[in-house]
Design a protein around this ligand. Structure first.
Ligand code: FA5
Length: 344
């Protein structure tokens, strides 16, 4: 019995020595296992020796061992609390800081600008027509007087889905679709997306928006075309823009003209302007008197009726209205750029 008492004293001392060296949770756990493990722990080992003690001496030794066990448990528990992971202190809230700004979605500048265009034409008595973006060769080219293999097709090259089905290169097929269904008087615009085989640069995109216009009635002349477009552009640019009509060629109009506006990026003053190339002018739309052959293709008598048509590039015109030096910004999805328009 005396030997066991001495052993308990020794173990108690070595436990205290070991505990004095503990620095963290892991070394504390090692000591806990060494002393309290149920299978191989030091205290379990001491309890096992109890069976060799005389029965009348067991209660006293049993008390000593229990006392040692409780002591070890208490000391380990106290240190476990000390080494426990620090509790999260509630963050202090500084009520004087500005709040987090939440952005609402905003319309993209191109549809916004397209709406401005539509509103001007609606005020002039035009209505809005619609047509498919996937077109047949006939509507995109054939009915508009582009014979098969004609070199004019190169300027309007696109992506073909089959030999006969393609992504439309302009909104002009809608002219044909409208004239097939409706007889004069016709006064429509058609806004929509178009596609071209084109390398992007500051003034060219492979996908962009156009607004097509078509007027067919009795006695329509080039003067109506010129007056309508001048009125429209002055309304769109708030009278502040210089416009010029330049003779041009389109297979489906005769005579044809392109309309240029003065470069709003350099004001015509920079020789190496990336937008106008130093010329001071930039083309924004094509136009002309509807070719009599096109009217014949849709069974409208060209001896009786005449008309004018135009196709405006929405992105390119928006670029000048907003004085943006590169049209690609519209599609880069940089929110710092897009949000400027939602603040208007
Ligand atoms: C046409 O697309 C004709 N359909 C326009 C037309 C309609 C003429 C009716 C006569 C009668 P054009 O390829 O020039 O024409 O394009 C018209 C406008 O679209 C251009 O003036 C320009 O503003 C815009 N545009 C043309 N190509 C691109 C491009 N790659 N990226 C952005 N805008 C373009």
């Amino acid at each position: 019995m005396e030997n066991l008492k001495i052993e308990i004293q020794n173990k108690r001392k070595s436990f205290e020595d070991a505990l004095a060296k503990v620095k963290d949770r892991h070394s504390l756990q090692d000591i806990r296992n060494e002393y309290l493990s149920r299978q191989r722990g030091i205290i379990t080992g001491i309890f096992e020796q109890l069976k060799h003690v005389k029965p009348e001496e067991r209660p006293e030794i049993g008390n000593l061992i229990n006392d040692f066990k409780n002591h070890v448990q208490e000391r380990v528990l106290a240190l476990q609390e000390k080494f426990a992971a620090p509790k999260k202190v509630l963050e202090k809230v500084d009520l004087t800081l500005p709040g987090e700004k939440k952005y609402w979605g905003a319309p993209h500048p191109i549809p916004l600008f397209q709406q401005e265009i539509e509103n001007i034409f609606l005020r002039m008595g035009f209505s809005i027509a619609d047509g498919p973006e996937i077109e047949t060769d006939y509507y995109n080219f054939g009915a508009l007087n582009f014979p098969p293999h004609h070199p004019a097709r190169d300027d309007w090259d696109t992506l073909y889905i089959t030999d006969d089905v393609l992504l439309r290169t302009h909104t002009s097929p809608v002219q044909i679709r409208v004239m097939e269904k409706k007889k004069p008087p016709i006064r429509i615009i058609n806004p929509g997306k178009v596609y071209r085989k084109e390398a992007p640069d500051p003034t060219h995109l492979p996908m962009f928006f156009q607004v097509e216009g078509l007027v067919v009635d009795l006695g329509i002349t080039f003067a109506h075309l010129k007056g309508t477009l001048e009125y429209f552009l002055k309304a769109l640019f708030h009278e502040k823009i210089k416009i010029r009509f330049r003779p041009s060629f389109f297979p489906f109009t005769e005579p044809s003209a392109e309309v240029d506006i003065e470069c709003t990026v350099c004001g015509g003053k920079s020789e190496d302007c990336r937008v106008c190339g130093g010329g001071g002018w930039i083309e924004i739309l094509g136009s002309g008197m509807v070719d009599p052959q096109v009217l014949k293709n849709v069974n409208i008598d060209p001896e009786k009726y005449s008309g004018f048509a135009f196709g405006l590039g929405v992105d390119r015109t928006a670029m000048f209205a907003y004085q943006i030096p590169d049209m690609r910004y519209f599609y880069e999805n940089d929110l710092r750029f897009i949000r400027q328009f939602s603040l208007k």
